[in-house]
Write a protein that binds this ligand. Structure first.
Ligand SMILES: [Ca+2]
Length: 338
């Protein structure tokens, strides 16, 4: 009862101090910890942690994303380790590895191969014509103009004659040819980087990461990647797969993508979703607005945060630390988060 009366005394202040509107990276982890620790006992229990999730996973200024209890529990357990509470050291780690990215992501738009040879029929027998591919240009231009990305990267297939892929695919994107150029309607007025793919005769261009995309993303401290472009189930899909595998929070923007085979696209989508890629299926008119909220950190999607958590789990190592008297004491296990 002593504890209860204490909570009642401080709750009105705490309730005002932390919500979706006020929560920001500028508060710092110690302030946030103190706000979430309602009973001021110096650790966060699951009740305190889950009560805070609606503010953390805000959907714009006034809404919130639903979080399944099992996933909330998984999020809590990873940082709490084995004692069912998160102390300050654990919360600091949670902050550095996970919360900072949720509150203030650094986002890159990766536009895959919006080139003439995938869209226009310039020369008989050349190019891989993707149905309705021209439709991707308008939403991609809107994304570039309206969502405030930290970085925009355009990938470009750039093959020499006799490229290794020409056995499996029609000849396309020959270096310097009109077919290899970006579509003339694609906006290139905003600052962007270009990553060329498959420029060596024997170099496959399976995904955007086969070029120097990864080093450009790392140079810019990118945490979140929005993949779009051509073709959905081939290089764009492979780029999303590689992105999530490398630990980036990965979003696939369907409005800016088209594919060759509907059934393969659907299968590819399901497969990528299982691996943590978040698909945005908003129409061309709504997608830039949606993405803008995510890029600026006011729309904080729990699916991305959950997928991000899975990469920590995969990286988690058990390090055996020898004790001073190994014969008498069992080794201490430290769970190390990379
Ligand atoms: Ca507490």
């Amino acid at each position: 009862m002593r504890c209860f009366s204490h909570v009642v005394a401080v709750l009105p202040v705490l309730a005002m101090a932390i919500d979706a509107m006020t929560l920001s990276i500028d508060m710092g982890w110690t302030t946030i910890f103190d706000e979430v620790d309602k009973d001021t006992n110096g650790v966060l229990d699951f009740g305190e942690f889950s009560a805070w999730l609606p503010a953390l996973f805000a959907n714009g200024e006034f809404g919130q994303h639903a979080v399944e209890e099992s996933k909330a529990r998984e999020m809590f357990d990873l940082w709490a380790r084995e004692d069912s509470s998160i102390d300050k050291n654990e919360f600091q780690k949670c902050w550095c590895k996970w919360l900072k990215t949720i509150l203030e992501p650094k986002s890159a738009l990766v536009v895959v191969n919006v080139q003439n040879d995938f869209i226009e029929d310039l020369r008989p027998g050349y190019g891989i014509h993707i149905p309705n591919a021209r439709e991707v240009i308008k939403p991609i231009n809107q994304l570039m103009m309206e969502a405030n990305f930290d970085l925009v990267v355009l990938t470009q297939d750039w093959h020499p004659k006799g490229h290794v892929s020409f056995g499996d695919w029609p000849v396309h994107a020959i270096q310097g040819s009109q077919g290899a150029m970006f579509h003339p309607d694609l906006n290139r007025a905003i600052p962007h980087r270009v990553v060329r793919l498959g420029a060596e005769r024997d170099a496959w261009s399976r995904s955007g990461f086969d070029g120097d995309l990864d080093s450009i993303l790392k140079e810019n401290g990118i945490t979140d990647i929005y993949v779009t472009g051509l073709a959905q189930e081939v290089i764009a899909g492979n780029t999303a797969e590689e992105s999530v595998k490398r630990g980036y929070r990965t979003v696939f923007v369907e409005a800016g993508s088209r594919g060759i085979s509907w059934s393969r696209m659907e299968a590819r989508k399901k497969w990528l979703e299982k691996r943590g890629v978040l698909f945005l299926s908003h129409g061309a008119d709504a997608v830039a607005d949606k993405v803008q909220g995510m890029v600026e950190g006011s729309d904080r999607n729990p699916s991305l945060a959950y997928a991000h958590l899975q990469t920590f789990k995969e990286q988690q190592e058990v390090v055996e630390v020898p004790t001073a008297k190994p014969a008498q004491s069992p080794p201490v296990q430290i769970f190390k988060l990379i």
